[in-house]
Ligand binder design. Sequence first.
Ligand SMILES: *Cc1c(COP(=O)(O)O)cnc(C)c1O
Length: 421
Amino acid sequence: MGLTHQGSRGLHVESVALEDIAARFGTPCYVYSRLALTAAYVGYRDALMAHGLGERALVCYAAKANSNLAILKLFADLGAGFDIVSGGELARVLAAGGSADKIVFSGVGKSREEMRLALEAGIHCFNVESTSELEQLNELAGGMNRRAPVSLRVNPDVDAKTHPYISTGLKTAKFGVAFDQAFDTYRRAATLPHLAVKGIDCHIGSQLLDPAPAAEAADKVLALVDRLAAAGIVLEHIDLGGGMGIQYRREEPAPATADYLAPMLAKFTGRHEKLIFEPGRSLVGNAGLLLTRVQVLKPGAEKHFAVVDAAMNDLMRPALYDAWHDIVPVAKVGAGDTAMPYEIVGPVCESGDFLGHDRELALQEGGLLAVLSAGAYGMAMASNYNSRPRAAEVMVDGTQTHLIRRRESVAELFALESVLP
Ligand SMILES: *Cc1c(COP(=O)(O)O)cnc(C)c1O
């Protein structure tokens, strides 16, 4: 994310010292780089252009990865569409200036109210995940005198070889319509008068580093599209979901966007359908970090602990998926500083509250640490557990720093509550 050491002032994001951000906005604080967000989107756009798909493709940012308005607005201005999973995300995307006709609506359990709002807004497509959802949407659209644009999320039954919690394309997953039932489900959809069958979609999982499973899923989807066309159901678009992985460890680089997409894109030469992708993590993950300050150092007999002011409520991925994030000191390490293995933990009352295990670092109380690759599923999954106000969020743009979400106050945390009369 354009992280560099600049002289004695330590780590910088673009041209801004993290030390200055901490002094101005406090910690914990999420820091994003406008340049890195833009570069990630351009990576998709260039790969699509290189395959002659520039005009025929739409990149729909999966808002759930990070739904801050400033980030949504940045992608909307770059021409992105959006993949949403709730009425809340619909409202956010519209508030940020996203166009309704570039929104696809995913999710296994859309409520009637969410469907109604999306129909009213005029979204591009509902990614429908079950026969019951088709029937419900048909009925609702009829009542509103509309035709709902639909795509079926099919489950291609490929093993994405990622963490079980973020693997979604196996037969056993709750997501999508089983592949062997998809053809009949399309035929059913085509008979429903208030639906317009537009496309097909799949999303097999997240943090995928090997392009092979996604390419295999694309093959299955394309074969089904051709079979449907032969039966008179001609689809306008094919949505291959998101899932491209990012770099979390220095030693484990992620593939370049163009390389990851190439095997999928090659299959589209000579076809007429529009292509949609729904990337989340790969657009924002490496463009954000979590800035935190060391509160206390606790040397122990077995382990040394560094208790920092960020915790599992701020960044849940380590506790939830045992995920690794590189953690680096903000200050330049001096010649006399000796590194020791530390457990980097937060103040929350849970033993699962850690940000990193066994990190070889030279630390001082009061020093700043940057938890890297925290732009995706970081703030988006943050909670107020232990009555901790959620972190501030800032975006760096060159030499400027913009506050894009102020820190919550403690009073705000219980403002919606009331005691018995
Ligand atoms: C979460 C999700 C995405 C985005 O996944 P990433 O791994 O963040 O790219 C895309 N589509 C659907 C349906 C999702 O649920």
